[in-house]
Design a protein around this ligand. Structure first.
Ligand code: IPE
Ligand code: IPE
Ligand code: MG
Ligand code: MG
Length: 285
């Protein structure tokens, strides 16, 4: 991680936690903070930063980065619920429904989702940026975005063929990546075309998810900080199961090359984005 990214993340960790200060003291607040404090890799906030690193409105960047991380965190809490993937471990600690209970996990997810929009609405960002950000976040996380992908995942529709599987990955994971880039773009001096960011974000989501399946197949639970048996237990077809480990690794390498080419062609300074993609490629968990 480069120094600027590290400084941004330090500010981000402080900002996201203190954003909850105004919430009424309760088990709900405690659970929200439990989820927020757990060390995620923070790739989505770093994606926001990679596009908006030249912006003068530092707090505005933090607001947008926090909003997307809150939505991502809520999606993980619900993803781990017994009715979904039924997992016990997340980010190296008990999943929220294990640490608290199922009702608290459902409500904490709900609260984090609403909180993302509250934070945005009450921030000092301009009305124009707020409206654009609401549009980006709601579309990416909603019924044509991440939730649609989660539904495909639960339906097992993705099990039919590689095309369906990749569509599921693009939706459940790619949409929030693309949204992160689009949010950063809102505060960048040189605007990038929306469809270019969408294509890059979706490609990034697909390769990230294939790599996630790959890592789940070859890595210990202790290193992953989450179960390495989740897909097997739930009889979920993954890219790795369909094409095998070797072919998956080949696809991962190819997709990262394609991704880097697409990024280099963007009409902006892409150093931070290239750095971040390199960190993603090298990730072990
Ligand atoms: C996990 O995302 C869910 C997937 C989309 C594969 P991350 O791997 O970014 O999870 P955290 O935020 O680091 O815990
Ligand atoms: C999670 O996908 C994607 C979302 C939460 C939107 P997975 O279920 O494959 O990811 P992990 O393995 O639980 O992190
Ligand atoms: Mg899942
Ligand atoms: Mg899961």
């Amino acid at each position: 991680m480069n120094l600027k990214q590290k400084i941004f993340l330090d500010h981000f960790e402080h900002f996201i936690l203190s954003a909850t200060d105004g919430i009424i003291d309760s088990t709900l607040k405690e659970a929200m903070r439990y989820a927020i404090k757990a060390k995620g890799k923070r790739f989505r906030p770093l994606l926001v930063f990679s596009l908006a690193n030249q912006a003068e409105d530092h707090e505005g960047v933090l607001v947008l980065a926090t909003a997307i991380e809150l939505i991502h965190t809520y999606s993980l809490i619900h993803d781990d619920l017994p009715a979904m993937d039924d997992d016990d471990l997340r980010r190296g600690q008990p999943t929220l429904h294990k640490q608290f209970d199922e009702a608290t996990a459902i409500l904490t997810g709900d609260a984090l989702l609403s909180f993302a929009f509250e934070l945005l609405a009450t921030s000092s960002l301009s009305n124009e940026v707020k409206v654009s950000a609401v549009k980006i976040l709601s579309q990416a996380s909603g019924a044509n975005g991440m939730i649609y992908g989660q539904m495909l995942d639960m339906d097992g529709l993705q099990q039919q063929n590689i095309h369906d599987l990749l569509n599921c990955y693009q939706k459940k994971t790619g949409e929030l990546f693309a949204a992160s880039l689009s949010l950063g773009n809102l505060l960048s001096d040189t605007r990038v075309e929306h469809h270019d960011l969408l294509r890059i974000g979706q490609m990034m989501g697909i390769v990230f998810q294939i790599q996630d399946d790959y890592l789940e197949a070859v890595t210990d639970t202790t290193v992953l900080g989450k179960s390495n048996q989740s897909d097997t237990k739930n009889m979920k077809q993954t890219y790795v199961q369909v094409v095998g480990l070797d072919e998956s690794l080949h696809t991962i390498i190819q997709l990262y090359e394609k991704l880097n080419h697409a990024i280099i062609e963007l009409p902006i300074l892409t150093d931070h984005l290239i750095d971040l993609v390199e960190q993603m490629r090298k990730r072990m968990y």
